[in-house]
Design a protein around this ligand. Structure first.
Ligand SMILES: Cc1cc2nc3c(=O)[nH]c(=O)nc-3n(C[C@H](O)[C@H](O)[C@H](O)COP(=O)(O)OP(=O)(O)OC[C@H]3O[C@@H](n4cnc5c(N)ncnc54)[C@H](O)[C@@H]3O)c2cc1C
Length: 447
């Protein structure tokens, strides 16, 4: 056993002992989170997992990285790039952890090749609610847990060690931004791009219903120049301004982190003067998340809205819609929601996509729509009015919604979509005393 694996084994035993020693419900104790819902519900004992952040092995020849569950993608990428590889799917925000991305359905512009983060996972070591530590693979006696951990949000067990696939990198990424004026044309072009299969990365940005771009990224060994969007220049704006661009592989991977896609504008970080005050080191998702959490605690935005007689509903969602229905979703979204920009990311679910019980997808291309803002209206609506419209439309189009923020499904509907029967059996098998919350309680009731 390597020294890193020995250190991991010692940490693992300490944690399992702590779980078994105390009674009652537990929750993850970690420093960062990219979860966007405010917690209600009963108090829980925090299980401190912060020390599980070591990269245990990078094996470029085998195309595998093995790391502890709370290792951040920033750490994983830093360990991989010098060896000429990257994790096959790297979510865009640096503080997202490997275990969090598996349990919470991570995605990126390489998902048109590799599927969602959990589809690049080879093995999981899981601490279950009853204090066991189980190695789960697609083929062993714990395959049921392997296929149910994605989208379980820490309600079946915690991934303490993850082995996942890597992909080779080159020094630079050449970007090509293609403009479209209509959703139908954009998604028809996307279908052709996916069929051709020659881009390493594909994503898109919709600035308005009649102004959208697909961005194709290709690894190259040499670049005539490289752009820098880590300080005064802003990546998302460059998409509409340039037809071609070049970034180092590192800067490409983190292109969305500096401005949290475009959401840094809500924190005034796109104002040139304020941007300088933030400074290069603080322009990142870690800073913005801290400010947003502080805001949620003190209720500043809520108070300002009330002062202006406005009702605000947070609409922070990622939804996956079959590519064949994507134009329909965009038309609905433009009519009823209208949050711009909106992020597009194609996904090709892999062969066993249907087996992931809590997040089943068919083997056909999907498009992820990501939109993150508050809708403000003069007239009050039922709580979750806009989110509910989205949930209903996504189901109608045969899609599925991520659960990292607010959800409003009724219990039966939720269980139908997210593998209720399988979940119930697994909960009984791996967490019979309910050390972890129930998925519905956590994701819909915010417990
Ligand atoms: C504004 C916003 C934008 C986002 N954009 C993207 C995006 O572009 N691409 C993308 O891939 N994702 C995105 N996400 C979603 C993100 O990947 C998920 O929320 C992910 O679960 C966060 O991981 P984390 O490591 O920060 O985990 P946390 O936020 O700490 O936890 C998330 C959930 O996973 C559980 N969990 C955490 N670690 C483990 C573990 N080791 N084992 C089991 N369960 C665990 C926790 O209990 C919790 O329920 C976005 C989220 C937000 C809020």
């Amino acid at each position: 056993m390597s020294a890193a694996l020995e250190r991991h084994a010692a940490r693992r035993e300490r944690l399992a002992t702590r779980l078994r020693e105390g009674g009652g419900p537990v929750a993850l104790g970690k420093e960062t989170s990219n979860l966007f819902r405010d917690r209600a519900g009963p108090a829980r004992r925090r299980l401190d997992v912060r020390e599980f952040r070591e990269v245990l092995r990078v094996d470029p020849a085998a195309g595998v990285i093995e790391a502890e569950g709370m290792a951040s993608y920033e750490t994983l990428v830093a360990a991989c790039l010098p060896q000429g590889v990257m994790p096959a799917v790297v979510p865009q925000l640096k503080t997202i952890t490997l275990g969090g991305a598996v349990a919470g359905v991570g995605i990126e512009a390489s998902s048109h090749r590799h599927g969602l983060v959990h589809e690049s996972v080879l093995e999981l070591e899981v601490l279950t609610g009853d204090g066991r530590i189980l190695v789960c693979t697609p083929h062993n006696e714990h395959a049921d847990l392997f296929y149910a951990l994605p989208n379980s949000y820490g309600t079946l067990g915690y991934a303490l060690r993850v082995a996942a696939r890597t992909a080779p990198v080159k020094r630079y990424v050449q970007l090509e931004h293609r403009a479209f004026g209509r959703g139908e044309d954009c998604f028809a072009a996307l279908e052709a791009i996916l069929r051709a299969g020659e881009a390493d990365f594909v994503d898109g940005t919709v600035f308005a219903p009649n102004r959208m771009f697909l961005t194709l990224g290709r690894f190259v060994d040499q670049a005539p120049f490289t752009s820098d969007y880590r300080y005064l220049d802003i990546y998302y704006r460059s998409i509409a301004e340039k037809r071609e661009d070049f970034l180092s592989a590192h800067d490409f991977i983190w292109r969305w982190d500096t401005d949290w896609f475009w959401c840094s504008k809500n924190l005034l970080a796109q104002n040139p003067l304020v941007r300088r005050l933030y400074g290069r080191a603080r322009l990142n998702s870690r800073t913005y998340t801290r400010i947003m959490r502080w805001n949620a605690r003190v209720g500043l935005t809520h108070w300002l809205d009330r002062l202006q007689g406005l009702h605000g509903e947070s609409v922070i969602q990622d939804v996956d819609v079959p590519l064949s229905r994507a134009a329909e979703f965009l038309a609905f979204f433009a009519r009823e929601i209208g949050i711009w920009p909106t992020w597009l990311c194609p996904i090709l679910p892999q062969e066993d996509a249907g087996r992931f019980a809590l997040y089943p997808m068919r083997r056909e291309p999907y498009v992820n729509f990501g939109f993150w803002d508050v809708i403000r209206t003069r007239k009050g609506h039922e709580p979750g009015h806009f989110n509910r419209l989205i949930e209903t439309k996504v189901s109608e189009l045969g899609g599925i919604k991520s659960l990292y923020s607010d959800s409003y499904y009724g219990r039966e509907e939720f269980e139908r979509i997210y593998g209720g029967d399988t979940y119930r059996a697994l909960k009984e098998k791996y967490d019979p005393s309910g050390a972890f919350p129930e998925l519905y309680d956590k994701c819909v009731l915010n417990h």
